[in-house]
Design a protein around this ligand. Structure first.
Ligand SMILES: [Zn+2]
Length: 399
């Protein structure tokens, strides 16, 4: 993942207030232009789109672009008729309302488009359209709808480096495309298809795109991983540490193409081996939600491992309890970036508990560093994908 993607992971709140000039044009747009300037939302039918949740937990959005059109999706009306608007500020009001440039409006859900070029939202550039509406936590949500292939070109450098061997980059492109299509088919009743965080796939707009990410997407255009003719749940992770994991320990469902396979190609990963030191009192506070008192943890014992040696269950003791804790829950509470995988060993020393482990991520599906190693050893993207996803075909899916 590039620093660009990390740096912009957390959304920020704009503190800038609208100028009198901007407010004037907004008022013109709101009160004088109710005769509709219809913004064509018709995309070329040959292009498949994806809806990406790009912002939430913000209370103000600044959107800039060239000749921005703002359409109320409830009434179909469009603001800014015959006015060349280049900047819009949308804020969440107390209650369920919205303000535009400081003025309360009745509309709740907007579609923003730019006549030419991308939209910039709170400093990040995005292709396609933007849907904005009030979120459930007194916040604003923004969903970016754009062509799937453009989404992939932006995504690559948030997941791996496009400077890796091109066959590894192409493998990432096909895995990410398939994951997006799989989720899109499963989330048709939701407002969006994928989130832009590690909950799905990290995406930060156009910024991280480059020639090599576009090349990998173009050279695999439309290709998907298929099992019995259907797109698969093509999960992936940074580094498996030598062997991938079965999916049943993490997700409910039937995924016969996700097997535990050996991977001798991720040894060069900086995440192949890791350590983490945790103080007993810090650990006690971290585990409060499990029912501990918050006092120091006295003992940690691995109770069960999977065939790939990942921890499935732990026994953890403080001065009052001895709890049976799932390994994946333990990792979630300690932090995915600290306890990098559940493939760990723990011992107690004079400073607390010392964890040493292998790999980074849940360990299921494609190992990104393994894909890099395979490509460096001469494998093409098809061989890489067929190693980490078993009994699959690579092809186009009729949509
Ligand atoms: Zn690996």
């Amino acid at each position: 993942m590039t620093s660009f993607c990390r740096g912009f992971r957390k959304n920020f709140v704009l503190k800038k207030v609208p100028t009198a000039f901007q407010s004037f044009y907004l008022l013109l747009g709101v009160f004088l232009s109710w005769e509709i300037f219809f913004v064509s939302g018709v995309e070329a039918r040959t292009k498949e789109n994806i809806r990406v949740l790009v912002l939430q937990e913000v209370n103000q959005l600044k959107v800039t672009g060239q000749e921005i059109a703002l359409k109320d999706l409830q009434t179909g009306r469009t603001f800014f008729k015959n006015i060349k608007v280049s900047s819009v500020i949308i804020e969440r009001e107390i209650g369920s309302g919205l303000r535009i440039h400081g003025h309360s409006i009745s509309a709740q859900t907007f579609l923003l488009t730019s006549a030419r070029g991308p939209l910039t939202i709170n400093g990040r550039r995005y292709r396609g359209k933007l849907k904005v509406f009030p979120g459930p936590n007194k916040d604003l949500w923004a969903i970016n709808e754009l062509p799937l292939e453009d989404y992939l070109a932006g995504l690559i450098n948030c997941e791996i480096s496009s400077q890796w061997p091109i066959e590894a980059v192409k493998a990432q492109a096909v895995a990410a495309r398939t994951y997006a299509v799989f989720q899109k088919r499963n989330r048709q009743d939701k407002q969006y298809d994928v989130e832009s965080s590690v909950a799905d796939q990290v995406y930060a707009g156009i910024g991280p795109e480059d020639d090599r990410s576009r090349k990998a997407v173009k050279e695999t255009e439309g290709e998907l991983l298929l099992y019995q003719g259907h797109p698969i749940f093509s999960v992936y992770h940074a580094c498996c540490g030598g062997k991938t994991e079965l999916p049943e320990y993490l997700w409910a469902g039937f995924f016969p193409y996700l097997k535990s396979v050996d991977c001798a190609y991720c040894l060069d990963s900086p995440y192949f081996l890791w350590n983490y030191q945790a103080h007993p009192e810090t650990l006690g506070k971290t585990l409060l939600s499990l029912g501990f008192t918050g006092s120091r943890v006295l003992e940690i014992q691995v109770a069960e491992r999977s065939d790939s040696r990942r921890v499935l269950r732990l026994f953890i003791k403080d001065d009052k309890h001895r709890l049976d804790v799932p390994g994946k829950e333990f990792r979630r509470l300690l932090g995915y970036d600290l306890l990098r995988s559940t493939n760990f060993w723990v011992k107690e020393d004079d400073r607390g508990f010392f964890f040493s482990g292998l790999g980074w991520g849940h360990g299921v599906g494609l190992c990104q560093w393994g894909a890099k190693g395979m490509a460096e050893a001469g494998a093409d993207y098809r061989s890489i994908l067929k190693h980490f996803y078993q009994n699959i075909e690579i092809g186009k899916f009729p949509r």
